[in-house]
Design a protein around this ligand. Structure first.
Ligand code: PAF
Length: 282
């Protein structure tokens, strides 16, 4: 049975009691509207820990003024039912007054140069808001392990960087992206897609398929192939397509050989979709 805790004090006491018994604790931070992708994170957390805490908090700090904070899907009862079935122990669901009593924090985590690229270029301040709330959640819960999804690859890179830079005592576990049958990455924002847009959205993983198929050529050829897959689709507008070195998140140059990460963001109707894939270049 998953128990719901809404206060920092309450979750700290539950975690302290578990740790006093030698139990390992994992945190899965989410913004709710849970789907199979989140449940894969919970399943991984179950493997590495004895007490699984899933936080649900729609974080205002990571939304820009014109973004979808107000209409972001929220259904805590449905989330609780899914977590119960998935065997999570605790749903940590603080309200804004608990986690951000002044609506914001005066102190903020700054994501650094990589935080201003790709997603961060399109959504200025997004990653500062993500990292600030992730650090607050880690401080509130104090898990041994935090489990994140590879779907948000840049977020994962920046969380790992923050953990290293600020000596946060937590291990990071990253779980592969869960996909629909046609390859579309599971995302809470897929709920925004109208039926016709849902068909178009297939162009996003198709761009990654095209990139992967051309990875034996050079970077430019790979980018062109991926762009070509999206260019044919009226209504799917490419925002960026980048190939980065996973160790630095800097764009690779044309002579690069080895493991690379292809990242894509596209707008399908009013919905932004992001996805990524590891490829081997050369
Ligand atoms: O990936 C998300 O859902 C959010 O960015 C996170 C990590 C829960 C922080 O609000």
């Amino acid at each position: 049975m998953t128990s719901t805790i809404t206060t920092i004090d309450g979750v700290r006491r539950t975690v302290a009691a578990a740790k006093a018994e030698g139990r390992r604790v994992a945190l899965v931070p989410t913004m709710g509207a849970l789907h199979d992708g989140h449940l894969a994170l919970v399943a991984r957390a179950r493997e590495v820990a004895d007490l699984v805490v899933v936080s649900v908090f729609v974080n205002p700090l990571q939304f820009g003024p014109k973004e979808d904070f107000a209409r972001y899907p929220r259904d805590l009862d449905a989330d609780l039912a899914l977590l119960d079935a998935a065997g999570a122990d605790v749903l940590f669901a603080p309200d804004a007054a608990e986690l951000l009593p002044e609506g914001r924090t005066s102190t903020r985590v700054v994501a650094g140069p990589v935080g201003g690229t790709l997603e961060g270029r399109i959504r200025p301040g997004h990653f500062d808001g993500v990292l600030t709330i992730v650090l607050k959640l880690l401080n509130a819960v104090g898990p041994d392990t935090a489990v994140f999804g590879q779907k948000d690859a840049q977020q994962v890179f920046l969380v790992a960087q923050m953990i290293r830079d600020l000596d946060v005592p937590v291990a990071l576990d990253v779980v592969a992206t869960v996909r629909e049958a046609d390859g579309l990455a599971r995302s809470s924002r897929n709920a925004y897609l109208a039926p016709g847009e849902r068909v178009l959205a297939r162009a996003v993983p198709a761009a990654l398929d095209a990139a992967e198929s051309s990875a034996d050529q050079d970077v430019d050829a790979m980018v062109a192939a991926a762009q070509g897959a999206l260019a044919g689709e009226d209504g799917a507008d490419l925002e960026y397509l980048a190939v980065v070195d996973p160790a630095t998140f800097r764009p690779v140059d044309d002579g690069y050989r080895g493991r690379a990460l292809v990242l894509v963001a596209a707008r399908v109707g009013g919905t932004r979709l992001i996805d990524n894939r590891f490829v081997h270049l050369g």
